[in-house]
Design a protein. Structure first.
Length: 55
């Protein structure tokens, strides 16, 4: 699982005009999946199933 910062750099993710994270592959807004035992938030694309860790 890549970090959000690396995915923004390599083009897997992009920010829209409202600074929301979007998947570059399917152009859908990312949702969140929080696990209380982990540090950070996991961002998930509901369309393609991609996951990125936000620290």
């Amino acid at each position: 699982m890549k970090s959000v910062r690396k995915a923004l750099r390599d083009g897997s993710l992009f920010k829209d005009t409202y600074e929301r994270l979007n998947c570059a592959e399917c152009e859908k807004k990312l949702g969140t999946k929080n696990d209380p035992d982990e540090i950070g938030t996991v961002r998930v694309c509901e369309e393609c199933g991609g996951e990125w860790k936000e620290l």
